[in-house]
Design a protein around this ligand. Structure first.
Ligand SMILES: *[C@@H]1O[C@H](CO)[C@@H](O)[C@H](O)[C@H]1NC(C)=O
Ligand SMILES: *[C@@H]1O[C@H](CO)[C@@H](O)[C@H](O)[C@H]1NC(C)=O
Ligand SMILES: *[C@@H]1O[C@H](CO)[C@@H](O)[C@H](O)[C@H]1NC(C)=O
Ligand SMILES: *[C@@H]1O[C@H](CO)[C@@H](O)[C@H](O)[C@H]1NC(C)=O
Length: 440
């Protein structure tokens, strides 16, 4: 927790005289929000963020996992830090982490292997592999922001996370040393940052569509300013977030609610046509099946097969009405079109718009060409960027990364509400337009 928060604000002036000799002045600065960059890895299509951890600080690349439970990092390789502290059995840290076991480690002590510590289940949500890991805390540093530029670097001296063995990195982008979970748990990034700096339990993601320029994640409330001076937090529509009572993650914590973010899609429209979808699939049942979640570890939206078939059929019909003709599929996509007869617009290829209808018919998440069509460059082919999730998947609709790019999404944990912008291209900006040049 931030050392500046050990004292109530009212007494901070008084205390200042006492602590100045031992405490760097920077520690009394309280940020209103934090900012981290996110890049898109060209080889894996994973979204990768960078954060500094340990003493002395080490820059870490981490795969961003919107529904992830917490930060986990490889502690087997190159973990050197004078501020690493394992969480002792039955400590407050263990209960905050909702740690399961309590145990010993039968080899030489090192980060990730200590006696009398509690453990959790770090999870590689890309490959759906889970294992056990020691709960620990260490220093973390991140840049504050006024919403327009990065500001001073601030430090969380005891940031809780889980150690993991090196093999858990398999399937992640090259150079990555773990995953950054932004889920709804008390030890995921949003809650730990909010409690360290006493700001609202809100955060926002804005993923770039480019593999060469950074998108951004903000922790705390807006403004979220993108060049040329557009506060993207002003273009949000809101919809309730739902908690899935049963975790959909591969193995961890049986009986725990899911750390992921679900929204209530009531129906789907293609242009003006309502797609007939089995409504049962759109709600979450008592065993945690069904519903719609948002995911940054799925590169493309995944639809349960009957929904996939209905949506693609309607889309193909609407496209045909515009003389857009279907061509052979290009994996992993089933539905592809000749790019002939498709105009380019500011919102991407001019194709039928897909609408996710939320709590009522006036609250729509609109998916325009830039977020629906994937251009296969060497073939002059455009594919619908949705994939078939088969029958009986755990979750009926998983909105994936491609559909999130250049959309601002704000998650409010206190009120369980999602703010979503639909494409920012319509506002003449993009998610790679945060000005990462620090204010002097
Ligand atoms: C844990 O305790 C056992 C038994 O005392 C000892 O053999 C082992 O080396 C210890 N492990 C660590 C990591 O300290
Ligand atoms: C709708 O989906 C539910 C859940 O998969 C299934 O039990 C039911 O038979 C489906 N209804 C129709 C009409 O297909
Ligand atoms: C589609 O093509 C036909 C035949 O070439 C033409 O008559 C029609 O106007 C076209 N429709 C649209 C929407 O472009
Ligand atoms: C980005 O921010 C820096 C620091 O405030 C400023 O000097 C620069 O002009 C900004 N860049 C643009 C394109 O506005």
């Amino acid at each position: 927790m931030a050392s500046s928060l050990r004292f109530p604000l009212s007494s901070s002036l008084l205390i200042l005289f006492v602590i100045v000799p031992i405490c760097h002045a920077q520690q009394s600065f309280r940020p209103k929000a934090l900012v981290i960059p996110v890049s898109k890895d060209a080889a894996t299509l994973q979204y990768v963020t960078r954060i500094n951890q340990r003493t002395p600080l080490v820059p870490l690349s981490l795969v961003l996992d919107l529904g992830g439970q917490f930060l986990w990092v490889d502690c087997e390789q190159n973990y050197v830090s004078s501020t690493y502290r394992p969480a002792r059995c039955n400590s407050a840290q263990c209960s905050l982490a909702r740690a399961s076991g309590c145990g010993d480690c039968f080899s030489a002590p090192r980060p990730g292997c200590n006696n009398n510590t509690c453990g959790v289940t770090p999870d590689n949500t890309v490959t759906r592999t889970a294992t056990s890991g020691e709960v620990a805390e260490d220093a973390l540093s991140v840049q504050s922001t006024d919403g327009s530029n990065p500001g001073r670097t601030v430090r969380v001296s005891k940031f809780l996370f889980s150690c993991a063995p090196t093999f858990l990195l398999e399937g992640l982008a090259t150079g990555v040393s773990g995953m950054a979970g932004l889920g709804r748990t008390k030890i995921a990034f949003p809650s730990q940052f909010a409690s360290a700096f006493s700001f609202h339990r809100k955060f926002a993601i804005c993923l770039s569509s480019s593999t060469t320029s950074n998108g951004v994640v903000f922790f705390g409330d807006g403004p979220y300013v993108l060049l040329p001076n557009i506060d993207a937090s002003e273009s949000l529509a809101y919809t309730p977030l739902f908690i899935n009572p049963v975790s959909t993650a591969s193995a961890y914590a049986q009986g725990e609610p899911s750390a992921e973010y679900f929204i209530g899609v009531k129906s789907i429209r293609i242009s003006e046509k309502v797609v007939a979808v089995n409504a049962t699939l759109l709600s979450i049942d008592s065993e945690g099946f069904g519903g719609t979640k948002i995911s940054t570890v799925n590169p493309y939206t995944v639809l349960e097969s009957s929904i996939f078939n209905a949506v693609t059929k309607a889309f193909i019909a609407e496209a045909a009405a515009r003389n857009i003709s279907r061509v052979a599929s290009v994996a992993p996509f089933d539905v592809c079109f000749s790019s002939k007869n498709v105009l380019s617009t500011r919102l991407g290829p001019s194709v039928p718009t897909i609408y996710l209808v939320l709590q009522n018919k006036n609250v729509l998440w609109s998916i325009f060409g830039a977020n629906s069509m994937v251009y296969i460059s060497d073939q002059d082919v455009l594919c619908l960027g949705f994939v078939n999730g088969g029958e009986n998947p755990r979750t009926s609709i998983v909105i994936g990364g491609y559909q999130l790019e250049n959309n601002l999404l704000q998650f409010d944990l206190a009120t369980s509400r999602l703010g979503f912008s639909s494409t920012l291209l319509g506002r003449r900006t993009t998610c790679s337009n945060f000005n990462f040049t620090s204010n002097p």
